[in-house]
Design a binder for this molecule. Structure first.
Ligand code: ADP
Length: 323
């Protein structure tokens, strides 16, 4: 069969639309007929499937989000709904799937594959960057640029008003966004779930810096850190003696015009995914690491993710703060 479909599952990221555009174009180049499945596994169960054309993807490369929608689906955890999903694929003679999602989505597809043997290739797509075996997930660069712009803007007001700003980034239990933002924005503090911290260790240094004329502090806090951002702001006010504000960046990190890097990565991820399916790879995820792109098994990809040791040690060395 020559029919191939794409769906987005779980949290959307900026970069999905460039991926969808290249999916359609590359499938057609390779003599495949591309299909869209709308709203993730929900649409697969409900048969929201449509043949895709060049016209559908014209002009979408600049848009964040996904034109085919994404969703979480409780029903997909139920075998009878997965059977219904398989029947829908059979109706359209689709036997190859490209899945843009996180490890939860891949786990779901793994179960589906074991029951119904529909070949699939996953593309790691989550701004959390928390998928094992890949250093990069689609959408991360755009999210980092959104955070960078936010921090740069906040710095302007923080320095004008002599304030400490506690900026909270997304990432669930993973501190990658916070850590990469810290290393690239010149912030004074970074708290992430992977490293235990003690606010006392910053006290002497920060008070000394104010005495030496420092006007503001930028602290980046990952959402998975146990202590609430408000509590850290209170610590700045009460212990360091500087007025403080909290800025929770929230869902703006997921959206926006896809960066050049994400557009390029979308292009490459899709090319690898379709090539893999054409080479008869049945069940894999395209990963990107030091050795470039490769195909990893679901078993490996769903193992717990560990943050890059080198980045972690940079943080630990930098935060060995001195007055
Ligand atoms: P992400 O893919 O971003 O990690 P989730 O963990 O929310 O997001 O998973 C996305 C979807 O994948 C779920 O809503 C569900 O439909 C499907 N899924 C996850 N785990 C399973 C599972 N064990 N069995 C079947 N489907 C699953």
């Amino acid at each position: 069969m020559n029919n191939i479909a794409i769906l987005c599952s779980g949290g959307d990221v900026s970069g999905m639309n460039p991926a969808i555009k290249h999916f359609v174009e590359y499938s057609l180049q390779k003599g495949l007929t591309p299909y869209f499945i709308y709203d993730g596994y929900e649409g697969l169960i409900d048969g929201s499937i449509k043949k895709a054309s060049y016209q559908d993807v014209a002009g979408i490369i600049t848009r964040g989000g996904t034109i085919i929608g994404s969703a979480r689906s409780q029903r997909f955890k139920d075998a009878s709904y997965r059977k219904q999903a398989k029947d829908n694929l059979d109706k359209y003679n689709i036997d190859k799937l490209v899945i843009l999602g996180g490890d939860g989505s891949f786990k779901g597809m793994d179960i589906f594959y074991k029951e119904h043997a529909t070949a699939f290739c996953g593309i790691p797509s989550t701004i959390d960057n928390d998928i094992n075996k890949t250093n990069y997930c689609l959408g991360v660069d755009t999210a980092l640029n959104v955070i960078k712009n936010a921090i740069d803007s906040i710095r302007d007001t923080a320095s004008s008003f002599k304030r400490a700003f506690v900026i909270e980034t997304m990432g669930r239990e993973c501190g990658y966004l916070a850590l990469a933002s810290y290393l690239t924005s010149g912030a004074e503090m970074c708290l992430i779930p992977e490293i235990p911290y003690n606010l006392q260790a910053f006290e002497q240094s920060f008070i000394g810096q104010i005495q030496n004329g420092r006007r503001y502090f930028i602290a980046i806090v990952a959402e998975g850190v146990k202590q609430d951002s408000q509590e850290i702001a209170k610590w700045f006010e009460e212990t360091i003696g500087i007025e403080s504000r909290v800025s929770i960046l929230g869902h703006i990190q997921r959206g926006g015009n896809p960066s050049v890097y994400d557009r390029l990565m979308a292009y490459k991820f899709i090319t690898y995914a379709i090539d893999g399916l054409l080479q008869n790879k049945q069940e894999s995820v395209v990963c990107f690491n030091e050795s470039g792109f490769n195909y990893e098994s679901i078993e490996e990809v769903v193992k717990p993710y560990k943050l890059d040791e080198k980045l972690l040690s940079c943080l630990m060395e930098n935060q060995n703060v001195q007055a």
